[in-house]
Design a protein around this ligand. Structure first.
Ligand code: NDP
Length: 289
């Protein structure tokens, strides 16, 4: 068996094109241009790359993008004052604070300060609660992208057993809620889980969100399973260069899985596309409020 490769790059292109159409429809019917404000504190190189990408793609779909690049020693008071200002700005429909924040800033307090209607990352407690109670708040972008990817190969997933390896608040937990809402039977695994390989082997849907290169082996995968690999890990090669790999041993898994996302080119591109979709949704809701 050779698994279907689920392309996040292709699906993200499609979603971005749909968002661009939605933006121009919103502009022509209401005069509103969706605006995303991106806040970056400090100079973490990886965060700078993510933020540049987000700004570029926001503008490419016709949205307004503002960015706020703050010094690493910015105080909590100054950051919260900026969030207040963005909450009050009617031209801003989505607010994204790039994580991680420098150690002296408490991410939770900053996220809770964002108006939940503008929390397009879906991290505010109100949106988290909404997801777990099947409400209509914003869903975190990476798990939302994973669900879209999964639905390209199988629409009806009710009753399937999903095993999610990783229980972070940005990937594992919201992924579990999304799959539960789709009537999957969900198991969440983490670093204390026992007999992980055997557990993974029971999964019809296996989501890897660990951050350990190629940890999940082909022997852990149930034949025909759908595998979503969220991990992004940079590993050194023998020639001194580096390359990105996921949490799954992709090449070996291809022979066992029914469908699998690659890294790069899997959930990664879908994350930003879902951020744009959430921002359009925020602007649409505010325009009709
Ligand atoms: P976290 O570090 O927050 O969480 C990792 C999770 O993996 C934890 O729940 C941890 O368990 C669990 N874990 C660690 N080691 C093991 C192990 N040996 N066996 C089982 N579980 C283990 O990571 P994130 O959720 O933020 O990210 C996970 C990966 O996804 C990373 O590679 C990250 O770069 C990538 N990522 C990709 C995104 C994208 O856009 N595609 C977006 C966000 C993240 P415990 O809770 O017990 O410590």
């Amino acid at each position: 068996m050779t698994a279907i490769r689920i392309s996040g790059t292709a699906l993200a292109d499609t979603l971005r094109a749909e968002v661009a159409q939605g933006v121009s429809r919103l502009q022509s019917t209401t005069g509103v241009t969706p605006g995303l404000a991106v806040v970056l504190v400090g100079e973490d190189p990886a965060s700078q790359v993510y933020v540049r990408n987000k700004i570029k793609q926001t503008e490419a779909v016709g949205m307004r993008s503002t960015h706020h690049l703050l010094a690493a020693d910015t105080s909590a008071t100054a950051l919260l004052a900026l969030i207040d200002q963005l909450n009050a700005d009617p031209a801003v429909h989505g607010i994204l604070v790039q994580l991680p924040l420098p150690p002296h800033l408490e991410a939770k307090a900053v996220i809770e300060a964002i108006d939940p209607r503008k929390d397009v990352d879906g991290f505010h407690t109100q949106n988290v609660g909404s997801l777990w109670t099947e409400g209509c708040g914003f869903v975190p972008c990476t798990p939302l992208g994973c669900l879209h990817l999964l639905q390209t190969v199988r629409r009806d997933i009710a009753g399937l057993h999903a095993v999610i390896v990783g229980r972070s608040t940005i990937v594992g937990r919201p992924m579990a809620a999304l799959l539960l809402n789709e009537s999957c039977t969900v198991t969440i695994a983490h670093s204390k889980t026992q007999a992980l390989p055997a557990l993974c082997k029971t999964a019809d849907i296996l989501v890897a969100a660990v951050g350990r290169p190629q940890m999940i082996k082909a022997e852990w995968i149930k034949p025909g399973a759908i595998v979503l690999d969220v991990g992004i890990n940079r590993i050194a090669q023998s020639d001194g260069s580096t390359r990105l790999v996921g949490d799954v041993d992709f090449e070996a898994a291809l022979a066992v899985a029914g469908a699998i996302t690659p890294v790069p080119g899997g959930p990664g591109p879908m994350t930003i596309a879902c951020l744009l979709a959430n921002t359009l949704e925020a602007a649409t809701r505010m325009a009709s409020a």
